[in-house]
Design a protein around this ligand. Structure first.
Ligand code: LRH
Ligand code: MN
Ligand code: MN
Length: 397
């Protein structure tokens, strides 16, 4: 039996889609140590199989993001069919210009035209991958930046970035009006003095200059401590340029912990602004929402598949709570200048425990009421630990 209030918002939970990152399933760690996890996937196919397991148990994760070259294969059309057989689609293609010696001083911004061209060519190859996988979004995060004041000409780098992105964008548009270039920002790391796309404003300025098929990716771990991220969400939605989220949690830096674990209230506030700004909706028939929800996480010390299950459940739970906000009562209190009344309406929704309602909701749809428990009892973990020896190791950390 669901509560009456939950029953009102339940239809809006239908079709929620949260994309999983292929790299969440591989071994990862910090620059101090990468711990090997028994059963870690050795191939992209095994990562996809793990992601499909998350989807089977939650109904929330119908697609998997690829990172190139981490997920390099010869036959992307074949990989697409394999994913479909597993019950998931291939999603966002992430480029990678941060692990090649040539990019030590930058990629798309580099002063040397040859290196710039190499970085552009990498993105054009990612577009070829997208054509084969049927992916909508090319997501670009750049490690470009500098470590010391005076090291680089900040303005020249910004201008070269605009030129490089324009070349990539031109090709992306040729692939069709549904494709999107999504530019992710981050204010530090691996460059420590400046990064070339440090904030939403820079990302916004760059994508607006490209055209309508370019939007911003907001990674929740990429802001200075204390940043009001929900304000950024509001502003990007208001400007029509919020393309996607990379969800994760942070305590200190770009920690990539389980979304909703460090600060569930922040996740609630973000999701409330997404809903308020019209950015929340079930996936379109092609499996994509206009504002794409993705995870960008690593599971260094916890089991990876349950880590992903916990993550998508956290997003669903906070979405349900954010949908519960009585928007009419909130608006009335806001308009009446009732400061504490408005705050109470907001907090009432946040403090509503929806776990039992969601368990019932899942059961009604033939899903396990408790996906974490169902995974633990499924035997999948034991099966992969027995079958897979020598997992892949990611090396950007
Ligand atoms: C950079 C980042 C970006 C990368 C991913 C592995 O910190 O958030 O999205 O593609 O991590
Ligand atoms: Mn990210
Ligand atoms: Mn990051």
């Amino acid at each position: 039996m669901t509560t009456a209030r939950f029953a009102q918002i339940a239809p809006q939970l239908e079709g929620q889609a949260i994309e999983l990152p292929s790299w969440a399933f591989g071994n990862s760690g910090t620059r101090f140590k990468v711990f090997g996890s028994p059963g870690a996937p050795r191939t992209i196919e095994e990562k996809i199989a793990d992601a499909a397991t998350v989807h089977r148990l939650t109904g929330l994760a119908p697609s998997v993001a690829l990172h190139i070259p981490w997920d390099l294969v010869d036959d992307y059309a074949g990989l697409r069919s394999y994913a479909a057989e597993q019950g998931v689609a291939l999603g966002t293609v992430n480029s990678n210009t941060f692990q090649d010696d040539d990019y030590k001083l930058g990629g798309l911004t580099h002063v040397d035209a040859k290196i710039r061209q190499k970085a552009i060519d990498h993105h054009l190859e990612c577009l070829e991958v997208m054509a084969a996988t049927g992916s909508r979004d090319l997501k670009i995060w750049l490690a470009d930046g500098s470590n010391y004041p005076g090291q680089a000409d900040l303005r020249g780098r910004q201008d070269r970035l605009a030129d490089s992105l324009a070349t990539i964008y031109e090709r992306l548009v040729e692939l069709g009006p549904e494709r999107r270039l999504v530019l992710e920002y981050k204010f530090f790391e691996p460059a420590f003095y400046h990064t070339d796309v440090p904030d939403w404003g820079t990302s916004y300025a760059q994508v607006v200059a490209l055209g309508d098929q370019a939007t911003v990716c907001l990674d929740t771990g990429h802001h200075a401590p204390g940043t009001n991220i929900e304000f950024v969400v509001m502003q990007l939605l208001r400007l029509g340029r919020l393309g996607s989220f990379d969800f994760n949690s942070r305590f200190y830096a770009d920690d990539d912990l389980i979304v909703g674990s460090a600060d569930p209230f922040q996740l609630f506030r973000i999701l409330f602004e997404v809903i308020r700004g019209g950015g929340y909706g079930p996936a379109n028939p092609d499996g994509h929402s206009d504002v794409a929800f993705m995870l960008d996480q690593c599971h260094n010390v916890e089991d990876k598949i349950p880590g992903q299950i916990r993550s998508v459940l956290n997003v669903q739970e906070m979405t349900a709570r954010a949908l519960l906000v009585d928007r009419d009562a909130l608006a009335a209190a806001q308009e009446a200048g009732d400061v504490l009344g408005a705050h109470e309406v907001f907090m009432d929704a946040y403090q509503t425990d929806v776990r039992a309602d969601l368990a019932a909701w899942r059961e009604e749809r033939g899903l396990p009421a408790y996906p974490m428990k169902a995974y633990a009892e499924s035997g999948y973990q034991q099966q992969i630990e027995a079958a897979r020896v020598g997992g892949t190791q990611l090396s950007w950390t």
